[in-house]
Ligand binder design. Sequence first.
Ligand code: MSP
Length: 512
Amino acid sequence: MTNDKRFYLTTPIYYVNDVPHIGHAYTTLACDVLARYKRSRGYDVFFLTGTDEHGQKVEKAAHAKGETPLDLADRVVKRFQALWEKLDISNTDFIRTSQERHKLTVQHLFRTIEERGDIYLGEYEDWYCTPCETFWTETQLMDGNCPDCGRPTDKLKEESYFFRMSKYQQQLLDHIEANPDFIQPKSRRNEVLSFVREGLRDLSISRTSFSWGIPVPGNEKHVLYVWFDALTNYISALGYPGDEDGRYATYWPCDAHVMGKDILRFHAVYWPTFLLAAGVPLPRKVFAHGWWTVEGQKMSKSLANVVEPNMLIDKYGVDPIRYFLLREVPFGLDGDFSHSALVHRINSDLANDLGNLVSRSTAMLNKYFDGTLPAAGPAEEIDTALIEKYAAVLAEVDQQMDNLAFNRALQTIWTLISAANKYIDETAPWGLAKDPDQKERLGTVMYNLLETVRLIGLMVTPFMPETGARIAEILGQDNTNTLLDGQDVWGSLQAGQTIEKAAPLFPRIEKD
Ligand code: MSP
């Protein structure tokens, strides 16, 4: 059965040894916008986020603070959850890898792959980077250090369970080649392809050197490798292999795993091969976004330039931050965060373009019609052009959202905002208002303008939920009207509706 109106999307699950920063907020925010957009288009959306709590890195961080790993996790999880609430994140579920439901699935997945003959016990000797939780061969190291983060690695030799990843090399290649959209963006897909073509080694998937993890079923001396554990969250949250509430059958395979480019390989190579080995269908799409630098520099604790999202939201408001992060940089490319760019975007795109459109339109309606919306009379060419522009914009936005091209979707919406502002200049309602014979024409112009404002409100809602709700409220629409589906038709705004004169949506920010 095809479930084309279901949509399942995931963020990575975040390590609890660190408190949330703008990079984490970015991944989660992008998923939230997509989840809200899909819901507004009538999809039944399952949007998952959560925390990655096991592994040596978390164990070390907890011991350094003199607490148990679980206490540390409990504390940091609250920080993530509070931030998601503050950022208006609409996740359906929140999975913690320390939960029993997760453990059951991970152990089941291990047993399934083991029974199918693709897990064996061997001995492991390699270089391990604890901060990245990644093994490297001697030749992969850069001057003895981790090739990803540059930090020192440790030589580890231990008994370990191995997953026969090598066996799935060809099958994975075939899958990637047959499904051009499986890994996005394209440049990243090519990187993964060349990585896989170089050859896949069997993967060590258990550890005996620490204990904070999920025990290997039948051999409790071993805990499972944190990536085997973590990736499985995407099905454990659906209740796999049991399916009491039908979540798994309804939502798997996943429509989009979204993550930063640094962890694409785990999602585009490890995860699919685990699933192939277990006989579970593969996700439909894996999308890797770029990384943020801050004022031109890599974000790091030692540079003390880590951007703290709570502080930003307190200072600028949640919607401007949501808008900026998705508008400023094409999703998939790296970008730079700077306060001056943020202030510029708020002042020009939000206060000037969108804010002014809403205040001008509602002010004129109040001035010329006491705030009561007139019916539209016959359409002139300029009106038809505006209506057609809206239809074209919606179709384009739909496509861009399917490609996770958030910045382009916003640009497209903004072309409608510009068109509406231009419509005001060209129809010159203040001129029409001087001539009593033009009363009907003035009414038509006002109707078209406010109807455009309503539709713009609907389209910006996934990006800026509070702003969307505010626009709906100004237009006297109830909350259900913030959904595009069924409301996306031109002419849904009722004549006779009272519309208030809107206070500025976005106060201008003085550059300083
Ligand atoms: N726990 C793993 C993921 C397991 S998923 C099965 C993990 N966690 S993380 O907390 O380190 O990072 C999660 C996400 O934050 C990644 O998508 C990563 O790309 C993103 N970011 C961390 N720093 C970032 C920037 N400076 N810029 C953009 N995103 C970045 O990895």
